[in-house]
Design a protein around this ligand. Structure first.
Ligand SMILES: [Cu+2]
Length: 293
């Protein structure tokens, strides 16, 4: 198991380990009883052993025991699930995660969606980090922070997964999913992130990096991002003033990227009977490319 870098992740790991301990305890008891009866209750003679109909204490035991086991597992699972999905604690950082075919965008917001809704407003984006399959984005967080995530998708279902959180949550179109974590102290470093829901041909390229920074480094990084966002906004405003077309502020939702060249294959206007060997040679390559994607 990865070393969990959040307090919530630690809870998941403990629940998982506890479940295995319980499973092994039950397993050892059952295997023990099997081995015991195999060794000490072998067939001794041709005489039929005494035939009994039922044994009340045993019947009661093996009805009650599984119910107890399930009740205990249920209690701990429900308790931890409630804690993991709680968003009560005041968050230091609010990040809107946009999962799209096939990358991620992280919008650092001034408040979470739920908070904004309470006040009847909309969260404002302070700055964004956007990725492409070629250029995977980096989500940057600060040690010790409580981070709130709002998950949204403009296309299909994805799943936001950082293995070091030992936690993932589906990103579903038209459904506001949210969760939050407290990043543990002393976890500064680089971690992997990925999509955990088969979402299309380039699903496997939906990778991102998580960088946990120490407070000073993080604050410097945020300052730089905010300055950059402001600069871009100013440029846009100037361009608008001078009558140029709006090039977009960079915080629009990225749509699926068109993949032009492939669609142009087989649009040559040569008559069929004049087809050259070169054309035939080209076709299987294009088909192969298609299949390989
Ligand atoms: Cu995905």
């Amino acid at each position: 198991m990865p070393e969990p870098i959040t307090e919530q992740g630690q809870r998941v790991l403990t629940l998982w380990q506890g479940s295995w301990v319980a499973a092994f305890a039950v397993g050892i008891l059952v295997w023990g009883l099997i081995v015991w009866s195999v060794i000490f209750h072998r067939k001794r003679s041709e005489q039929l052993p005494p035939q009994v109909r039922y044994n009340m204490p045993i019947e009661a035991l093996y009805t009650v025991l599984p119910i107890v086991i399930i009740a205990v597992l249920f209690y701990f699972t429900a308790r931890d699930q409630t804690a993991l999905l709680s968003t009560e604690e005041e968050a230091d950082t609010d990040v809107e995660v946009v999962a799209f075919q096939w990358s991620w965008q992280f919008n650092y917001q001034d408040q979470s969606k739920a908070e904004a809704e309470e006040q009847g407003s909309e969260p404002q984006t302070r700055f964004s980090v956007a990725g492409t399959p070629e250029n995977k984005p980096t989500l940057v967080l600060r040690e010790g922070d409580v981070v709130h995530f709002d998950l949204t998708s403009p296309d299909v279902i994805h799943s936001f997964w950082i293995p070091a959180f030992t936690f993932k949550m589906d990103v579903i179109p038209h459904q506001d999913n949210e969760f939050q974590v407290k990043v543990k102290e002393g976890t500064a470093g680089t971690y992997a992130g990925r999509c955990a829901e088969l979402c299309g041909v380039d699903h496997s390229r939906m990778l991102f990096t998580l960088k946990v920074m120490e407070p000073e480094d993080y604050d410097a990084w945020v300052e730089k991002q905010e300055a950059k966002a402001q600069e871009e906004q100013q440029e846009t405003a100037e361009q608008l003033e001078s009558g140029a077309e709006d090039p977009g502020t960079g915080i629009d939702l990225p749509g699926p990227e068109g993949e032009g060249p492939e669609e142009e294959v087989a649009e040559e206007d040569t008559p069929a009977d004049e087809e050259t060997p070169a054309d035939e040679a080209n076709a299987p390559v294009a088909a192969g490319e298609e299949a390989g994607r």
